[in-house]
Write a protein that binds this ligand. Structure first.
Ligand SMILES: Cc1cc2nc3c(=O)[nH]c(=O)nc-3n(C[C@H](O)[C@H](O)[C@H](O)COP(=O)(O)OP(=O)(O)OC[C@H]3O[C@@H](n4cnc5c(N)ncnc54)[C@H](O)[C@@H]3O)c2cc1C
Length: 439
């Protein structure tokens, strides 16, 4: 069993400030002293990769990643910091001997290894969200459809249909995005680092979509979602954690903003990336190299994915908003002073994230021949989301008059089609009774 020892109690996301200190022992090794906090499996892992810095070297050259053994007498397990059966440890090293063979990386390479490991960890969270939502959805639809109020099933209420249909298409979007992001992750190379945008998106966008899916369904099934013999009660708790781990939503949004200009305005040529379900050895993921230079990462043009579905009314409507965002970046982008106002920038980041979310959804829709009713309904949700974030940007303290005007001008109403919504609803209804976990 392995553990990854990066976080510390007092520093959170600020890993530059690590207090795990290594003192050279004169024999090519070190003595390590310091503590780590929030470390999964730190109670039992045979190898705990630990991030620290040399006490005798200032700056990035002093970083060290080394392997510790949780059974060593100088490794002190302090406690489980969570009240749960999973073990999220606090541990302390006291004069722990780090031999030359235990040193994994030094200097900038150690810092890069920390970020590159998190790149992989980030990726796994989307699948957790999807699994939680999928299971909870079977339960929620089954419950709502079979509960009779005032002589009719709860699913006869229009607002309940809207909530469950929105949850359904949001979940479809989560799956399409994540599946397509796999292709870019596994096809990555030193010359193709597009995954550095798509992975944080699987992290912050897909997992926050998961929260929305559970919220929508919980509003429908209400008290049922507390019961101990449901899966839902567990889903409602677990879904909250995923956006907060492997970097918070803010940290990941701030990260993806670095790619916005190149992604929206300066596309480059790339060979098409196929679906990657093959059994290749993903060696690059273990040697991703320097973590810096994000501002120079290039992307393929996002427009063809949208053009391919220009005939789907809500894809076309959302495209208007995506084009408007390009105009915003070109003409009304935050100035020097605003670029320090993360509150404003995060609202912009949410708009950008929606365009990228839509892009990979469309790419995967094409590869898997997704039903166009479902796609249309899904994009009607994205149109509403974009409008909501535009209104949020409009209300930000430091938004300029031009930015406020732009924001309200980017609000759109989705294209309503009752027949389409009815057909999508039939898909949702069909989930009733379709799956129950073996007791
Ligand atoms: C169950 C669980 C398991 C975990 N497992 C591990 C593990 O195995 N190994 C490990 O190393 N860590 C682990 N962690 C730690 C986890 O990765 C951190 O909780 C996470 O990175 C966020 O740090 P924080 O909660 O300390 O928030 P902080 O970093 O204290 O952030 C506080 C606030 O400031 C904001 N903020 C901070 N920096 C920035 C920035 N640069 N830009 C914008 N906003 C910013 C944040 O978004 C947040 O709102 C685990 C945590 C939990 C709860």
């Amino acid at each position: 069993m392995f553990a990854f020892g990066l976080s510390e109690k007092t520093h959170g996301a600020d890993i530059y400030s690590t207090d795990m200190l290594l003192t050279p022992d004169g024999d090519g090794g070190f003595r390590a002293t310091g503590s780590k906090y929030y470390i999964g499996n730190g109670n039992a892992a045979g190898l705990v990769s630990v991030f620290g810095r040399r006490a005798d070297i200032e700056g990035p050259d002093g970083y060290v990643f080394f392997a510790a053994d949780s059974r060593h007498p100088a490794y002190h397990l302090v406690k489980n910091v969570v009240d749960s059966s999973k073990y999220v440890s606090e541990f302390r090293l006291e004069d722990y001997p780090v031999g030359p063979d235990d040193v994994l990386h030094t200097g900038r390479a150690a810092f890069d290894a920390a970020l590159n490991t998190v790149n992989v960890g980030k990726f796994n969270l989307c699948t957790a969200s999807i699994g939680i939502c999928e299971h909870a959805m079977y339960e929620a639809v089954t419950h709502a459809h079979n509960r009779i109020l005032y002589g009719r099933p709860v699913t006869a209420f229009p607002h309940v249909r809207r909530e469950l249909a929105d949850a359904y298409v949001r979940l479809v979007g989560m799956k399409l995005f994540s599946d397509r992001a796999v292709d870019y992750f596994r096809s990555a190379s030193p010359d193709d680092r597009r995954y550095l945008l798509f992975n944080p998106m699987t992290k912050m966008k897909v997992t926050t979509e998961g929260e929305k899916v559970i919220d929508l369904m919980w509003d429908v099934i209400a008290a049922k979602g507390f019961e101990k013999d449901t899966y839902f009660a567990q889903a409602a708790v677990e879904i909250r954690g995923l956006p907060k781990l492997e970097g918070t939503v803010h940290v990941n949004l701030a990260l993806i903003l670095k790619f916005m200009r190149n992604h929206l305005l300066h596309p480059a040529e790339f060979a098409p990336v196929p679906t990657r379900l093959d059994a290749a050895d993903d060696t690059f993921l273990f040697e991703q190299g320097p973590a810096r230079g994000l501002g120079s990462v290039r992307f393929h043009d996002w427009r063809p994915a949208y053009d391919a579905y220009a005939g789907v009314p809500n894809v076309a409507r959302f495209r208007e908003q995506a084009d408007a965002l390009c105009e915003f970046v070109a003409t009304a982008a935050p100035d020097e002073e605003q670029s320090r106002d993360l509150d404003l920038l995060l609202a912009v980041g949410q708009l950008f994230a929606l365009v990228v979310h839509g892009q990979l959804i469309l790419e995967q829709a094409r590869l898997t021949d997704l039903d166009e009713d479902v796609l249309d309904e899904l994009f009607s949700v994205l149109v509403r989301d974009f409008s909501a974030f535009a209104v949020e940007l409009h209300g930000k303290d430091s938004a300029t008059a031009d930015q406020q005007r732009w924001a309200l001008g980017a609000v759109r109403r989705p294209v309503v089609d009752e027949a389409r919504s009815g057909r999508v609803w039939e898909r949702v209804e069909a989930l009733s009774g379709a799956y129950e976990m073996a007791p």
